[in-house]
Write a protein that binds this ligand. Structure first.
Ligand SMILES: NC(=O)c1ccc[n+]([C@@H]2O[C@H](COP(=O)([O-])OP(=O)(O)OC[C@H]3O[C@@H](n4cnc5c(N)ncnc54)[C@H](OP(=O)(O)O)[C@@H]3O)[C@@H](O)[C@H]2O)c1
Length: 298
């Protein structure tokens, strides 16, 4: 069986983790990376870096690792070139459904498969949340991030003028109160005091104590491990009193890369169209190793 040749679009935090995951995986080949012209060189990269996908030979699928607002245009270009795609832009709820259906239309039109939302969250954590709810249909799910980011607050802080990148974390004190730590990488012209004022007075941050810290690099901060606590408890009126708890610590981009690679394995088995992880049979994510996985995990 020929090994699938995967391309990565965008060599940021997630793109680097995808490159590492593909290079460490004997069943796939890194065809190359598509980068914007003028991006800083990556001498460690053991694969061609080009500025357009057409410069790479024999690409079986592309992993899209660019900012959320650039994903759609790039996905459509790739699908038009008949290249199956995997992406995991941080979109949830209605925004995710709209994104999926737009990619679905393009994928159907060009008769190519795509897997969307295949990262960590959305991605692996969405699968756990969904399984927990399936097993405890009447109940309550809580996701808390510890020493990790609050995605909602991160996006809000990133919307503040002068902020290039942000990372909002929340920590629970022993008394149970929440403190938010918002790390910001500033534009060179930004005024740190003005940025701090804007974040602290944003309605989203008014409910908890918020501390803002300018840092030279959010990417360096994001290298640190983070954790999540995902809990589903049956409603009080349920006789079963079932509860499920997932406590996990991981590198978010590393986990997202692993999920993207698994999603890429499923592509050859898919008809044209866009699929979320909930649409895929779990065995498809194992690709060629499906039978071995079934033997081991069933
Ligand atoms: N679902 C999840 O769990 C999860 C986890 C992590 C990330 N993500 C998603 O993955 C994507 C990448 O995240 P990241 O943290 O790796 O971001 P990042 O570190 O900012 O990297 C994005 C890369 O995309 C390229 N790029 C930047 N602006 C672009 C533009 N306007 N058009 C095309 N390419 C552009 C750049 O690479 P070059 O310089 O090489 O061109 C940049 O380094 C985002 O959509 C994010 O939401 C999802």
């Amino acid at each position: 069986m020929k090994k699938p040749r995967l391309a990565i679009i965008g060599l940021g935090n997630l793109g680097r983790k995808c490159a590492e995951a593909i290079l460490a995986d004997p069943s796939t080949v890194l065809a190359g990376i598509v980068r914007r012209s003028g991006s800083s060189p990556a001498p460690w990269l053991k694969a061609p870096a080009v500025t357009h996908i057409s410069e790479l030979k024999e690409v079986d699928a592309a992993l899209i690792c660019v900012p959320p607002d650039a994903v759609m245009g790039i996905a459509k270009d790739l699908l038009q070139g008949r290249i199956p795609v995997v992406e995991c832009a941080r979109l949830h709820g209605e925004a995710f459904l709209r994104h999926k259906s737009e990619i679905h239309r393009a994928a159907l039109f060009h008769r190519v498969p795509a897997v969307v939302g295949a990262g960590c969250d959305p991605g692996a954590l969405s699968l756990f949340r969904s399984y927990f709810a399936l097993l405890v249909p009447h109940g309550h799910t809580e996701t808390s991030l510890h020493t990790g980011p609050s995605l909602h607050h991160t996006l809000a802080a990133e919307g503040v003028k002068g902020v290039r990148k942000a990372l909002a974390t929340e920590l629970k004190s022993v008394e149970g109160t929440i403190q938010r730590y918002v790390y910001v990488e500033l534009e060179p012209s930004a005024d740190a005091a003005e940025v701090e004022y804007a974040i602290i007075h944003d309605p989203l941050f008014l409910d908890e104590q918020t501390l803002v810290f300018p840092v030279p690099s959010i990417a360096a901060l994001e290298e640190t491990n983070r954790g999540v606590l995902l809990e589903r408890r049956a409603a009080a009126r349920e006789a079963s009193h079932a509860s499920f708890l997932l406590e996990a610590r991981f590198d978010e981009a590393g986990l997202a890369a692993r999920m993207m690679l698994a999603a890429a394995r499923s592509l050859p088995s898919l008809q044209a169209g866009a699929y979320s992880l909930l649409d895929l049979p779990p065995g498809a994510l194992w690709g060629e190793q499906r039978t071995a996985a079934e033997k081991e995990w069933m």
